[in-house]
Design a protein around this ligand. Structure first.
Ligand code: AMP
Length: 283
């Protein structure tokens, strides 16, 4: 695996490779890698000649400074895991490399309702920060395919929108990979490393709530089902940002279900200090 720290060096290398028409798959990450991340690389390796990953903890997307400070860093293990997975290139930039002019006075991306719904509402500015870093990374890597995890459902929708805004739909296809879970169902996440033993045991309640929403779904009002889910999480000791059942395409909340509309259930809740998110396509 070749590690590049400078965008210009990586770009130069890829320009040479692309002369021989080699296809490029890209899976950006913030490090603290787990099997969920590795599954994105595996998907890319199947489809592309060159697989690139990046590790960059993007300060612009953290609306909570404590979350940023406490974000796990396991760079040596990450490099080992990437090597083992057969990743060809790792882009490992410093903040100044990504944001030479800082990241405060940036342009605004028109994300429509995605900006005010769910994660958009509870993490103001978060998706603007995500778009900043992903636009920069896409401009450097220019991948034919971009691999993201369904774990961050709304983020996938935001990046889909970004690809339209950048007018690169013809060049870059978004591939959404399934959420990898622990044996008890907890969605793998870098933030799980921050959970103590008791919190880790409790964390599975989020998966259980999503599963019971899926099992009890009926064509009728969804209000009770959502309220019950919130109650269950609160009873377990979570501070709930939201439990939502939404249209899987638009992410608009659905309160009355006609039995046909495709739905996704989404949860964001604090397990003490650690905010966890998960989602499930439920029909
Ligand atoms: P992160 O490092 O958390 O920014 O995640 C980098 C990429 O890995 C994003 O596209 C995530 O959606 C994806 N990802 C995170 N957790 C999982 C998981 N459990 N299964 C599959 N993909 C994941």
């Amino acid at each position: 695996m070749i590690i590049f720290k400078k965008a210009a060096d990586l770009r130069h290398y890829l320009d040479e490779e692309k002369k021989s028409k080699r296809s490029v798959g890209f899976a950006p990450t913030m490090g603290a890698l787990h099997r969920g991340h590795i599954s994105l690389l595996e998907a890319s390796k199947k489809d592309n000649d060159i697989t690139i990953s990046s590790i960059f903890i993007n300060p612009a997307q953290f609306n909570d400074p404590t979350d940023f400070e406490k974000y796990p860093v396991t760079i040596e293990k990450d490099i080992y895991l990437l090597e083992k997975a057969g990743c060809d290139i790792l882009f490992l930039p410093l903040v100044a490399e990504i944001y030479p002019d800082g990241f405060n006075n940036h342009k605004q991306y028109d994300l429509g309702k995605l900006e005010t719904l769910l994660e958009g509402k509870f993490r103001p500015g978060h998706f603007q920060g995500v778009c900043m870093v992903v636009e920069r990374l896409l401009n450097i890597v220019c991948p034919g395919k971009l691999y993201l995890g369904q774990k961050d459902y709304q983020q996938c929708m935001v990046i889909n929108r970004l690809i339209q805004l950048m007018d690169i739909e013809k060049d870059t296809t978004l591939v959404v990979c399934p959420t990898l879970r622990e044996p008890d169902g907890l969605a793998m996440s870098s933030r799980n490393m921050r959970l103590n033993e008791e919190e880790r045991k409790r964390a599975v309640a989020i998966y259980n709530v999503l599963t019971s929403i899926k099992n009890y779904l009926q064509p009728s009002s969804l209000i009770t089902i959502k309220d019950k889910a919130v109650e269950k999480l609160v009873a377990k000791g979570f501070r709930v940002d939201y439990v939502e059942i939404a249209d899987a395409i638009t992410l608009e909340p659905v309160t009355e279900w006609d039995g046909r509309q495709k739905l996704v259930a989404l949860v964001a809740a604090f397990n003490n200090e650690v905010r966890l998110i998960d989602n499930m396509l439920i029909n």
